[in-house]
Write a protein of this length. Structure first.
Length: 316
């Protein structure tokens, strides 16, 4: 890959990811309105498209307030962590042949490491706010994300065993004769559930449950610092959807009548829509139910899936 092509890929990935995160603000509101039989944004511009611009302007002009008893340095630093960790995770995703920022041999491990960094933004933000609701939300978020990372990592190992590689490009190439959704359907469901918990989206938005914790870990945030948490969440949705497509649905692979990158985008948007549909339809479980569900059901299932996959691979 030449230097010019490399910088073009980096610029293209950054441009698309940041604009996708912004566009999902509009898309989610329109889809929620459609599924719940009500009007969505329809006043600001055609089809309400300018709602994204209106939200951005509102966040820029909101008072950038820092609580007087907060740890100011950590309070300002925390929102940047979630954006940085998600953007770094996108570097290892192959969007098409030769369209990847960093084709690491340990791409799966790098993804797990970067997703773990997102815990720091929640914990630091909640602790630095010096607010009991924010701290409680941060503690919930930390336990939820650390727990579900265990199941996420174990569910991925089945794909690694079948492909014989941690490199995501090689995992996609290994699915030419069949997507891993069929032999790894259990791993797929565990990974998807863990991904929803990692992005703390409904129904697993326990760290920011507004009926219990005001707004959870970001209760004291306003202006663009709140906006960074907001954008980080939408980038996280896109990241988990991209990883699901890469690991279980053949990545860019598809019939030749469409370019590989278009197949990747179409598959990814199917799972983004699933994230939105869950928000429109699912109730929130209690915190203890969420943790029990993970350790009593998902953990044994992921171990059984791993053992059976390894045994079949050895036999074959």
């Amino acid at each position: 890959m030449s230097a010019g092509h490399y910088w073009l890929v980096i610029g293209g990935v950054l441009f698309v990811i940041l604009n996708t995160a912004a566009g999902l603000i509009w898309l989610e509101r329109r889809m929620l309105a459609l599924w719940q039989d009500r009007y969505g944004p329809n006043r600001a511009g055609p089809f309400g498209l300018f709602i994204v611009l209106a939200d951005t302007i509102k966040l820029f002009f909101k008072e950038d307030w820092i609580p007087p008893f907060a740890d100011k340095v950590v309070f300002v630093f925390a929102p940047a962590v979630v954006v940085a960790s998600v953007l770094l995770s996108f570097t290892i995703i192959p969007f098409a042949p030769n369209v990847v920022v960093a084709d690491f041999n340990v791409g799966v491990l790098f993804f797990l490491a970067m997703s773990s960094m997102g815990v720091y933004s929640i914990v630091l933000g909640g602790w630095a706010s010096n607010n009991k609701y924010a701290l409680l939300g941060a503690m919930r978020g930390a336990s939820q994300m650390i727990s579900y990372e265990v199941f996420m990592g174990l569910s991925l190992m089945g794909v690694v065993i079948l492909s014989g590689s941690f490199n995501l490009s090689e995992i996609v190439a290994a699915q030419k004769n069949g997507w891993y959704i069929l032999p790894q359907c259990v791993g797929f469901f565990i990974f998807l559930i863990a991904g929803i918990a990692e992005t703390h989206r409904l129904p697993f938005d326990i760290p920011e449950a507004e009926s219990e914790l005001v707004a959870g870990f970001h209760s004291e945030y306003s202006g663009m610092k709140f906006g960074m948490f907001f954008i980080g969440e939408y980038m996280g949705i896109t990241l988990i959807s991209s990883m699901v497509v890469t690991l279980y649905f053949g990545g860019w692979l598809g019939p030749a009548f469409l370019p590989p990158v278009i197949w990747f985008v179409l598959k990814t948007f199917v799972f983004i829509m699933l994230f939105i549909l869950l928000r429109a339809s699912m109730p929130r479980p209690r915190y203890d139910q969420l943790m029990e569900y993970g350790w009593k059901i998902l953990f044994p299932l992921s171990l059984v899936n791993l053992l059976i996959t390894a045994a079949i691979k050895l036999l074959i």
